[in-house]
Design a protein around this ligand. Structure first.
Ligand SMILES: CCCCCCCC/C=C\CCCCCCCC(=O)N[C@@H](Cc1ccccc1)C(=O)O
Ligand SMILES: [Zn+2]
Ligand SMILES: [Zn+2]
Length: 477
């Protein structure tokens, strides 16, 4: 794709090379960020002292960003941050880079180092938020700081949105989206957390694959409730609220939602992978419809690939009973569904009621949204192409880039009114065991991976200064 003439790019390009002092400063800045325990416990409870401290911290470590005349910094919804970087060419449509600095809780059990210590061991920084998502927050500001120090003036305007409550599906990013909308902003594209460079994941396949998420699964939190008469445990009824509810949720767990294979990004990934395998795997992968049962059986075995082919059902909360000799009148359970792009909230609700098939069980939808629209990934999709171009230059060993659907949700879902091009991508290698560390124990990032993430943003911002305008796309579903 002719994003911009090579000659023009070369002339004004700032090389992504950082001095030893800069490299030390950037890793120390990340460690400092990890040490601020910006924990979101629930939508009602977060560490607001830490959230405020984080705001002061970014002022301290990125002095050039906050003092540059063409950058406006606003605090939104008390703790979130919006940076507006005014480009020199107002004819170019702006874009948005997003991340969040709240983190999920990290009880110390099982951690090799305290989760908020930011300790470095053997070239690896440990701590909650090193992958999700303080690394991205810090890399965005760090890359901008380094560009500004080198007197870089962007041509294309852009925004940096740093949310404070992504982990509780809060309002920080929503308010930033509303603010941009009230200012009449339309964006060329958005980049948020999500996809990554998958490494050593597929058996007997050693090549890395850059997965750029062009959509997100939908979600539903459904509360199931059973009310029965309470009483003395010495003369129990034949069935209790707990027993009926336990049987209902067990049926849900034992009856996975149907496999939906047909549409969208999965077929594209498989077809791209097909070229990399010898006979007969190449034939199987390039004809996914024909070999659907075989491929599905293989994908079902791994929780990550299983999540790609169906709506998932996760039993996450179970509440009943207060005393060993009292039959509780009420039992409640919450089920978290991640909805495949081929289904809707309504369809999943109906299927769930049919699986439970017990009219003593009541259903209460606590929160829900349908799968997100699919952003374009063709050769005219500016955001997607810029990410591919930057992957190629920063990770020359990665030859396969493919669009996927994110199995988790991101703050970018609140921005669908502002653009059709929403891409979710961490420019880092993730192996299966790293994936478990996100929201798990011993979350960590190597110093080298973090430096490369900064380099990626440094390059992406410069690549975005292309004359190319995005072609208007309708959302594909
Ligand atoms: C052929 C190989 C295929 C392998 C496919 C792997 C595809 C993986 C794609 C994306 C990875 C997902 C990254 C997860 C980022 C999600 C961040 C997150 O945890 N979000 C929370 C947000 C949330 C939402 C609603 C309420 C509270 C919090 C989440 O989704 O739970
Ligand atoms: Zn995250
Ligand atoms: Zn998260």
């Amino acid at each position: 794709m002719g994003l911009r003439s090579e000659e023009h790019q070369r002339a004004s390009r700032i090389p992504s090379q950082f001095s030893k002092e800069e490299r030390v400063a950037m890793k120390e800045a990340l460690k400092g960020a990890i040490q601020i325990p910006t924990v979101t416990f629930s939508s009602e409870k977060s560490n607001t002292t830490a959230l405020a401290e984080f705001g002061k911290y970014i002022h301290k470590v990125f002095p050039t960003v906050v003092s540059t005349s063409f950058i406006q910094h606003e605090v939104v919804e008390e703790y979130s941050h919006l940076f507006t970087i005014q480009g020199s060419d107002p004819s170019l449509q702006p874009y948005l880079l997003m991340a969040h600095f709240d983190v999920v809780p990290a009880p110390e059990e099982g951690w090799e180092v305290p989760p908020f210590s930011g300790l470095e061991r053997d070239g690896v920084i440990y701590g909650r938020g090193t992958l999700d998502d303080k690394n991205s927050v810090m890399a965005l500001l760090q890359a901008l700081e380094l560009l500004l120090i080198r007197k870089y003036i962007p041509r294309r305007s852009f925004f940096i949105s740093l949310g404070h409550d992504e982990e509780s599906s809060g309002t920080g990013a929503q308010r930033i989206s509303a603010l941009l909308q009230s200012r009449g902003v339309q964006l060329a594209f958005i980049v948020d957390e999500g996809g990554f460079i998958l490494d050593d994941f597929i058996p007997n396949f050693k090549k890395p694959i850059a997965l750029i998420a062009v959509s997100e699964k939908g979600s539903m939190n459904l509360m199931l409730q059973v009310n029965m008469t309470s009483g003395h445990s010495s003369a129990p009824p034949k069935e209790t609220s707990i027993g009926i509810l336990a049987a209902a949720v067990s049926r849900l767990e034992q009856t996975p939602m149907p496999i939906i294979f047909g549409s969208g990004t999965l077929v594209t990934v498989l077809q791209q992978l097909a070229n990399e395998f010898p006979f007969p795997v190449n034939i199987i992968l390039s004809n996914p419809w024909l070999f659907e049962p075989l491929i599905s059986r293989f994908m079902e075995r791994n929780p990550l690939t299983n999540a790609i082919i169906r709506t998932t059902t996760a039993l996450t909360i179970f509440k009943a009973g207060v005393k060993f000799n009292v039959i509780p009148p009420v039992a409640q359970a919450t089920v978290n569904f991640r909805i495949h792009p081929g289904q809707t909230v309504q369809e999943v609700l109906e299927l769930t009621k049919n699986i439970v098939a017990d009219n003593r069980v009541q259903f209460h939808v606590l929160s829900a949204f349908d799968p997100l629209p699919v952003s374009p990934s063709d050769d005219k999709a500016l955001g997607y192409q810029l990410l591919c171009q930057t992957v190629q230059s920063v990770f020359p060993e990665v030859n396969i880039t493919a669009p996927v659907t994110s199995i988790g949700n991101t703050d970018s879902r609140f921005f669908t009114n502002l653009t059709t091009g929403i891409y979710r991508f961490y420019p880092i290698y993730i192996q299966p065991e790293d994936f478990k560390r996100i929201h798990g124990v011993n979350e960590k990032i190597s110093v080298q991976a973090y430096e490369t993430q900064v380099k990626f943003i440094f390059e992406l911002i410069q690549n975005a200064d292309t004359d190319q305008e995005p072609v208007s796309h309708l959302h594909k579903l």
